[in-house]
Design a protein around this ligand. Structure first.
Ligand code: G
Ligand code: G
Ligand code: MN
Length: 553
């Protein structure tokens, strides 16, 4: 008597293959082709056991037949040779479907109908003889309800390119699969769930599972070179894993492992990442922000803070840096680090560009009114490397200069060294920015890859010394370094702005050294425009919706 759950599955799938079963009956009635074994028994038979050729099956040992079929299915050859009870004849039995249920393993099997006929087993990846994603999920569904499980996903970087471009790629994939099977088969079920993605389902000994250790071992297996023609291919894998209630939420477990895998891939070569609630929250937040960003402008949630830049000789403000802020309805006040990278990834940065330029110049006009007669007063905007890839920045700047009728040299375009390394296209764009008459400042100077190439190729107006040098200005080596930077910049006619000045001691040392300009909490925090010059003067520029920021020296 079949358990109820198995019976319903059996009736569902047996319809599909009724025709097949009708062709030749194995021993008695069609429904004896559907066999059940308690999973515990199957497991006892499966681990480590190898199945070579016709197994010595006692006639009528149904459980054993099922176990062999199940094992054969796992190895990709869903067949077993069985001696028929009545005739004593050896039959090739083909498993058409292997479906685990809650309390049993259902194998739907029948004798091969025609010699040489191959039957594609369901739930198996034909290239590797591992499970496919359907097979993997069915394994999960077969677990006892309270049983935990772990899924490790390994995405082999570069494998999909090989598979797509070469006919012999199957050998590479199979070699990887063999390696997993040979070295880590005892840990659980292996599957190939995508062109370049393998999965390991662990259901045993989870208490003792050391996830990062196992992930590292998988990564190590992937790294070993694979012979390919007369070459050896080397791969790396990004690995994500998740541990949880396998049976109750099988797809959720797989999904969580996928989330961890995506995070691992994001962070580049050879990373392993465990799924956690915190990771999920971070990713949810990132994805929410990414989707909200395009409409943030329309909903008036973005605004600029301004931080003054001072002449260190007489401490007069000579300009201000515009710093973007986002007042998000759910997440509150966000800093550029929270959303600028997303804006770059999604390309929204280009739309923010115009808004930023326009807002910054409006603010400049207001600031000049307030700080008259400082007609030299500048406004600095931060531009990311991505914005150098097309001519949109140049067009936006051109338009904003025209619109507000300002002197182009009052706009400073700040770029980090990393952005400047972007290549010839970036240099090209910046030369056009300079042609417009705008100034160029190198942000976070000294913190990036200290390539001075751009200093030789671009008309750089100033460099902004990274705060870490200012904070360590008392260290003799740092003092000498800053002195050397000053000499370098003087030679090139480039101004030096010290960033992150927080104490009067730092200010004093920088002035002694002859640093021309400075910015930092000591001289002025980033504040909303009306915090700098009063509400009326700031009319026409977007305000923060949470009220004015506090001006604290
Ligand atoms: O204000 P805060 O310290 O969080 O600024 C952090 C970084 O964000 C700074 O390095 C600054 O260059 C960058 N940033 C601020 N505003 C903008 C902007 O409008 N565009 C770009 N690309 N970066 C910005
Ligand atoms: O990288 P960039 O120079 O664009 O970053 C400027 C950011 O540095 C501003 O957004 C501001 O929040 C921060 N900042 C400005 N002055 C100080 C300071 O004195 N100390 C620290 N820790 N951060 C500062
Ligand atoms: Mn900056």
């Amino acid at each position: 008597m079949l358990p109820e759950s198995s019976r319903s599955i059996a009736s569902r799938i047996s319809e599909d293959v009724a025709r097949f079963l009708d062709v030749r009956l194995w021993s008695v009635r069609p429904d004896t082709m559907v066999e059940c074994a308690p999973p515990a028994w199957v497991r006892a038979a499966a681990p480590g056991a190898t199945f070579r050729g016709p197994p010595p099956i006692a006639a009528g040992d149904r459980f054993h037949v099922v176990a062999c079929l199940e094992q054969a299915a796992r190895r990709g050859r869903a067949e077993a040779i069985v001696r028929a009870e009545e005739s004593g004849e050896d039959l090739l039995i083909v498993a058409l479907d292997v479906r685990p249920t809650e309390d049993a393993l259902v194998v739907l099997a029948g004798p091969d109908a025609a010699a040489g006929r191959t039957v594609e087993p369901v739930g198996l990846d034909s290239a590797t003889e591992l499970l496919d994603s359907v097979g993997l999920l069915e394994r999960l569904r077969a677990l006892p309800i309270e049983r935990d499980a772990a899924i490790f996903l390994a995405r082999v970087e570069g494998l999909s390119d090989v598979v797509r471009t070469s006919v012999e790629a199957g050998d590479v994939v199979a070699a990887l699969a063999d390696r997993f099977r040979a070295r880590l088969a005892e840990r659980g079920w292996w599957a190939r769930i995508d062109v370049d993605t393998f999965a390991l389902l662990v259901t045993e000994d989870l208490d003792e599972l050391d996830g990062s250790f196992l992930a590292d071992r998988i990564a190590e297996l992937v790294r070993q070179p694979i012979a390919y023609g007369d070459r050896a291919l080397e791969f790396t894998a990004a690995i994500g894993w998740s541990v949880g209630r396998g049976r109750r939420f099988p797809t959720a477990l797989l999904y969580d492992a996928g989330v961890a895998l995506a995070e691992a891939s994001r962070h580049g070569v050879g990373r392993t990442v465990a799924y956690s609630e915190r990771l999920r929250e971070r990713i949810t937040r990132r994805s929410t922000l990414r989707h909200d960003l395009p409409s943030a402008l329309a909903r008036d949630e973005l605004f600029l803070d301004f931080q003054p830049i001072h002449d260190l000789h007489d401490l007069t403000p000579i300009g201000a840096e515009a710093l973007m802020r986002w007042q998000h309805p759910d997440y509150g006040l966000l800093r550029p680090a929270d959303f600028i990278p997303l804006a770059e990834e999604s390309g929204v940065i280009a739309d923010l560009g115009w808004w930023l330029a326009d807002q910054a110049v409006r603010a400049l006009v207001a600031l000049r009114g307030a700080f008259a007669p400082a007609s030299e007063f500048t406004v600095a905007i931060n531009v990311s490397g991505r914005q150098l890839n097309d001519d949109r920045l140049v067009r936006d700047l051109d338009r904003v200069i025209e619109l507000h009728r300002i002197d182009p040299s009052s706009i400073v375009v700040e770029l980090t060294e990393t952005a400047l390394m972007a290549g010839d296209q970036g240099i090209e764009t910046l030369l056009r920015v300079a042609d417009l008459g705008c100034r160029i400042a190198v942000d976070d100077f000294g913190a990036g890859f200290a390539s001075l190439d751009y200093l030789s190729r671009l008309p750089v107006d100033s460099v902004k010394l990274h705060p870490s040098f200012v904070h360590r200005i008392d260290e003799p080596r740092v003092t000498r370094l800053v002195a050397a930077v000053l000499v370098l910049c003087r030679q090139l006619g480039v101004g030096v702005v010290a960033e992150g000045i927080e104490s009067s001691r730092q200010l004093k040392r920088l002035r002694e050294l002859g640093v021309g300009y400075g910015q930092g909490y000591l001289l002025g925090r980033p504040v909303a425009l009306d915090g700098l010059i009063g509400e009326e003067a700031a009319a026409g520029v977007s305000r923060p919706r949470s009220g004015p920021a506090v001006l604290v020296p």
